[in-house]
Design a protein around this ligand. Structure first.
Ligand code: DGJ
Length: 543
C-alpha cells in the first residue's frame, strides 16, 4: 500500500562548498550522536509557542532571554501556509528572517514542518489546499461528513506536502548548508486521527479491507521478541498471522483500526521525509501526542507514534530517524522508558510547559539516565519566574558538562536520578541506586540539611558521570549520594576529596574543597536543594 509518489525534482541552488558534513547522526554505544559542524552536539533547547515565529518583530526581544537561559537551540515552526501562499509560489521571508535572527543570537534551530497535520488537524495547510476538498480529500467521519483533517490515504495530499517540504529543504540547503543553523527537522506535528480510530472514507474502507503489507508483517515476525507488549498481544490474540486483511491480522476493534492509521500516517510522513532528504539530508523526526492510560484511539490522536505503535512507525517510516515524545504527563521517566531503544535516540521536543519547577530535574534524568541528546520545554518565550531561572541554572551546568555528557552517552558511564512520579502525580522519593564502574551509588532526594517543609522532591535531580576508576562528576540539585564498592577489594568506600566548581571550556576549575559539615564529615556528597551545581568526587576504598 506504499503510496506511489512521483515528485518532480526541484531545482536547487548549490550551497557554497562547506568544510563540515551536514548535521547527521552517528552511532555511539547503544545510541546515536547528533553531529553538528563535525562535532557531537547536545541540544539545550526550548520550543516556541505555535504562532510566535509568524511575527519575528514580536519574537525579537526574546532572543536575549534565550541566551540568559543558556539555551543553544530554539525549536521553531516553519509554516506551510506562509511558505507556499499560492501553489508553486514560495515565500521564504518567514524562514530567512528566523534564520537571520537565530544566527544573530548565536542559536541553532530545530525546524518544525507544520505541514499536513498539526495536532491531528490540518490547520496549517495553505488556503489553496483547504479550499479544494475535491483535489485534497479530507478524512471522513462514519456519517460521511468531512473533517478538517486531510486524509492520510490520498496521493494528491502527500504529493503536495512532500513537494512543499522538499522545497523548504532545498532552500535550507542553499541558504544554510554552510552555516548549519538548522540542525534537525520535525516532520508534521503530533499526527493521528480524531475523533475516530481511522479515516472512514470509502478509500480508507477499501484500503482497510486490503491485505496488510508484507513490510509490516515481516517486521512483526523479525522483531517479535522486542515488540511493544500491547502490539504483540494484539497481534498474537488474532493468531499472529503473517497475511490477511487488517481486520483478520489485528482484529475488528479500534485497536486494530489504530494500527492501520499508524501505518497510513507513517507512510505519509516517510514520503515527506524522503522527499526532503533528497533535497537536503538533515536528521528528521516525528513527535508524539501521548495517550492517557485507559483512553481509546480517537480520544487521543489515533495512530500517532504512541508507545504501543513505535514498531509500526519504525517499519513504515525508515526515513524518519527518531520518534520524539512530547511529554506533558508527570510520569516523565516511565515515558522515556518506552522510547529509549537502541533504534531510537532520544530527543524531547516538548518537555511540558517552560517555567515549571520540575523541568531541570527532568532534564537531568533525560540526559543522565536515558542518554537523550536534546531537551526542550514548550512555549519557552513565556518562561518566567523561579522555574525559568532554575532551568537557566541547570542549562548552564549542562552546557559546562556537555563534552563529558557527549562522550559518555550510550556507553554506560553516566546515569541520572530523580524521584519516580506516577501519571497522577504521586511522588516516590525513596532512595534509588545505580552502579557505575566499581561503585554502587545511592541517591537520596530529601535534603536532610534543609527545612523539610516546602521541599518538593520531584524538583530534585542529578546526573552522575564516571570519569575514572575512583572519580565521578555529580551535578544537580537536592540529591545526596553515598557510594559502596561492588568489585573485589576493600569493601567500603570513603571520600578522598570532594570539590565544587565549574568547567570552563572543558577544564575543571575548582572552588571550595568540600569537607566537614558539607560532606557530613566524609559520610556523603550533597548537592544542596535550591541551587544547581557541579561537584567532583574522588573515592578510595578501605576495610
Ligand atoms: C502539543 C503540540 O505539539 C504543540 O504544538 C502545542 O499545541 C502544545 N501541545 C500545547 O500545549
Amino acid at each position: 500500500m506504499r503510496l506511489a509518489l512521483c515528485l518532480p525534482l526541484l531545482a536547487m541552488a548549490a550551497a557554497p562548498a562547506t568544510a563540515a558534513a551536514p548535521p547527521h547522526l552517528v552511532p555511539q554505544g547503544n545510541t546515536k550522536q547528533l553531529i553538528v559542524d563535525d562535532k557531537p552536539f547536545l541540544i539545550l533547547g526550548g520550543e516556541l509557542g505555535n504562532s510566535t515565529a509568524s511575527d519575528l518583530a514580536a519574537l525579537k526581544p526574546h532572543w536575549d532571554d534565550f541566551r540568559r537561559l543558556h539555551m543553544n537551540t530554539v525549536v521553531a515552526p516553519a509554516y506551510w501556509e506562509l511558505i507556499e501562499p499560492a501553489e508553486g509560489r514560495f515565500d521564504w521571508s518567514s524562514v530567512d528572517g528566523l534564520l537571520a535572527d537565530a544566527r544573530g543570537a548565536g542559536q541553532h534551530l530545530v525546524l518544525l514542518w507544520f505541514g499536513s497535520w498539526k495536532n491531528s488537524m490540518s490547520a496549517y495547510v495553505p488556503g489553496w489546499v483547504k479550499r479544494d476538498q475535491a483535489r485534497f480529500p479530507r478524512a471522513q467521519r462514519p456519517d460521511g461528513q468531512g473533517s478538517e483533517i486531510l486524509s492520510p490515504l490520498a496521493p494528491a495530499n502527500v504529493a503536495a506536502d512532500a513537494r512543499a517540504f522538499a522545497a523548504l529543504m532545498a532552500h535550507l540547503k542553499a541558504v544554510d548548508g554552510d552555516r548549519q543553523t538548522v540542525i534537525l527537522v520535525q516532520v508534521e506535528n503530533e499526527m493521528g486521527m480524531l475523533p475516530t480510530a481511522r479515516d472512514r472514507s470509502p478509500t480508507a474502507d477499501a484500503a482497510f479491507a486490503a491485505p496488510v503489507p508484507r513490510a509490516l508483517t515481516d517486521w512483526l515476525v523479525r522483531h517479535r521478541a522486542t515488540l511493544a507488549p500491547e502490539l504483540k498481544a494484539l497481534w498474537e490474540a488474532n493468531g499472529a498471522r503473517i497475511s490477511g486483511d487488517w481486520r483478520s491480522v489485528f482484529g475488528a476493534g479500534p485497536a486494530g483500526e489504530e494500527v492501520f492509521s499508524a501505518w497510513c500516517f507513517a507512510l505519509h510522513a516517510d514520503a515527506v521525509a524522503r522527499a526532503g532528504k533528497a533535497a537536503y539530508d538533515l536528521p528528521m523526526y516525528v513527535n508524539v501526542a501521548l495517550n492517557r492510560p485507559g483512553s481509546a484511539p480517537g480520544d487521543y490522536p489515533s495512530g500517532g507514534p504512541v508507545p504501543h505503535l513505535v514498531d509500526v512507525w519504525k517499519a513504515g517510516a525508515p526515513d524518519i530517524d527518531l520518534i520524539a515524545p512530547d511529554i506533558y504527563f508527570r510520569d516523565f521517566g516511565e515515558i522515556l522508558d518506552r522510547y529509549a531503544r537502541p533504534d531510537n535516540a532520544l530527543f524531547i521536543p516538548e518537555a511540558n510547559q517552560a517555567g515549571r519547577a520540575e523541568s531541570p530535574a527532568e532534564a537531568m534524568l533525560a540526559f543522565g539516565r536515558y542518554g537523550a541528546f536534546g531537551f526542550s520545554p514548550f512555549s519557552i518565550e513565556n518562561a518566567k519566574g523561579p522555574g525559568a531561572a532554575a532551568l537557566g541554572e541547570a542549562y548552564d551546568l549542562l552546557d559546562q558538562l556537555a563534552p563529558l555528557i557527549l562522550a559518555a552517552r550510550g556507553t554506560g558511564r553516566m546515569t541520572g536520578f530523580r524521584p519516580k512520579v506516577s501519571f497522577d502525580g504521586a511522588v516516590d522519593d525513596a532512595p534509588q541506586t545505580a552502579t557505575l564502574g566499581d561503585y554502587r551509588i545511592t541517591a537520596s532526594f530529601l535534603d536532610t540539611w534543609a527545612p523539610k517543609e516546602g521541599q518538593r522532591t520531584e524538583t530534585h535531580g542529578a546526573l552522575v558521570i564516571r570519569l575514572g576508576p575512583d572519580d565521578y562528576a555529580v551535578a544537580g540539585s537536592g540529591v545526596t549520594f553515598t557510594f559502596a564498592p561492588v568489585t573485589p577489594g576493600p569493601p567500603q568506600a570513603g571520600l578522598e576529596r570532594v570539590e565544587e566548581g565549574h568547567y570552563v571550556d572543558g577544564v575543571w576549575r575548582r572552588g571550595r574543597v568540600l569537607n566537614g559539615d558539607q560532606t557530613h564529615q566524609g559520610r556523603f556528597v550533597r548537592l544542596p536543594s535550591g541551587s544547581w551545581g557541579i561537584q567532583r568526587v574522588r573515592l578510595y576504598r578501605y576495610r
